[in-house]
Design a protein. Structure first.
Length: 295
């Protein structure tokens, strides 16, 4: 999706010849959804009406409102580039948003995991930037959940403390709505700033599954983005897969290899569809372009 020329070379789809057309592999990829408790399209309305709509609006209105919007949050943290409308990163995320929303509508997907082969690929930055971009659309609302239990990062990126350890919500000690904050009109955040070891054991418990579903049921967001831990390094990611409709994989342009991407694809096969692969931390030096793009 981003810097696809470099990604195609890494995956062996394109040679170093600048005139050669990219040729994806011909083997089929059998991503068939096999999800625990997946909500069927026929049983959920894209636009709730009546009392249900009023309850959803009331739930959003009751969330504690931060004193700055999503664009300012990421810029304030100082850890990553600004993602406001018109910035370099913000424009790239808006382009990715267009592709994502088309795929979600075509497949009736709402719960998207954002992960990477290993740590350091910028997965949390991608999740935050994409959530902020979607929230800029007046017609869409997004819920962003920090599910990297061992190494939570969204609270620091957004420069906002979490209301408490998310472990307390997942274990049933606190109600799910007590973990939620609101940035602007269209972005709800489930942040965490307290690391939790052995999180996979917690996420496989019924209380944790019910808590995640309760957040979605309460707010009925158009999109739920789950900032997951790395797929190859953390068993929490595997525990989250049954709760997702699709996964967006973030590749580190400096370190991720084709073998790692292939292994992630193998792990997802038969569990949850791979929405796409986005390349981060790379510089496109394609001489056929008049200007270089950095992302």
């Amino acid at each position: 999706m981003v810097n696809t020329r470099i990604l195609e070379q890494r995956l062996g789809w394109r040679s170093s010849d600048p005139d050669q057309v990219a040729t994806p592999p011909s083997r089929p990829i059998g991503h068939e959804p096999m999800l625990q408790g997946r909500v069927d399209a026929a049983s959920r309305s894209a636009s709730p009406r009546g009392p249900r709509r009023l309850a959803i609006e009331d739930a959003w209105d009751r969330l504690p409102l931060l004193d700055h919007d999503a664009d300012a949050l990421v810029a304030r943290g100082g850890l990553v580039p600004a993602i406001d409308r018109g910035s370099v990163a913000g424009t790239a995320f808006d382009q990715l948003r267009a592709q994502l929303t088309r795929a979600l509508k075509a497949n009736d997907w709402r719960r998207i995991g954002v992960t990477s082969p290993s740590r350091g690929a910028g997965r949390s930055f991608f999740a935050a930037g994409l959530a902020a971009s979607i929230a800029r659309l007046d017609a869409m609302r997004v819920l962003l959940i920090d599910a990297d239990l061992e190494n939570p990062g969204l609270s620091e990126i957004f420069d906002t403390p979490a209301p408490g350890p998310i472990e307390e919500v997942l274990s049933g000690e606190r109600a799910p709505e007590t973990q939620l904050l609101r940035a602007g009109n269209g972005l709800a955040l489930a942040l965490n700033d307290t690391p939790l070891h052995f999180g996979a054991e917690l996420l496989l418990a019924p209380d944790a599954i019910l808590a995640l579903r309760a957040m979605n049921d309460l707010l009925a967001p158009d999109v739920t983005l789950v900032d997951m831990p790395p797929l190859l390094d953390d068993s929490v990611a595997q525990a989250l897969l049954p709760q997702l409709d699709a996964v967006l994989l973030i590749s580190d342009g400096q370190r991720s290899t084709a073998a790692e991407i292939g292994e992630c694809e193998r792990l997802l096969d038969g569990q949850v569809p791979l929405l796409g692969v986005a390349l981060n931390k790379s510089e496109d030096r394609d001489l056929r372009r008049s200007a270089r793009r950095r992302f």
